[in-house]
Write a new protein. Structure first.
Length: 131
């Protein structure tokens, strides 16, 4: 990347990516960092920028997923408390049971699909070795 002007292009890309992640439009992002919308749109077609922007978005999603995963134990505890609470209304208890069954079924389906995929991948790997 080139240097000069108002700082390195890498740093300018980082600023542009941060602005894109914090605003609702390309126009707003460009304005926030003092660029024309045309320049930002041009950058957004450059492979280096595309890769950096995709990586930044992935990092945000990964952080959100990790946060949700940390909440799962707490949510399971609350679900169990709801089921065990004698003051819970029958309608709420039924919803809690349905949620528990639905989540269990999805987990079972995912485990089965994962197992089948692993077997297919192993089979393909063995098939490639024999060719």
């Amino acid at each position: 990347m080139q240097t000069g002007g108002h700082g390195s292009k890498r740093r300018r890309y980082e600023n542009a990516i941060a602005a894109l992640l914090q605003t609702v439009s390309v126009y707003d992002a460009a304005r926030q960092i003092g660029l024309s919308q045309t320049t930002l749109l041009k950058w957004m077609r450059e492979p280096v920028f595309i890769a950096a922007y995709a990586d930044a978005r992935k990092q945000i999603v990964d952080a959100a997923i990790a946060r949700v995963q940390r909440l799962c134990a707490k949510a399971a505890t609350k679900l169990e408390e709801t089921l065990d609470d004698p003051d819970t209304t029958p309608a709420i208890r039924i919803q809690a049971c349905k949620l528990t069954f639905d989540m269990s079924l999805k987990a079972l389906e995912l485990a089965e699909i994962t197992e089948r995929l692993q077997r297919i991948e192993e089979h393909l790997s063995l098939s490639k070795e024999t060719l």
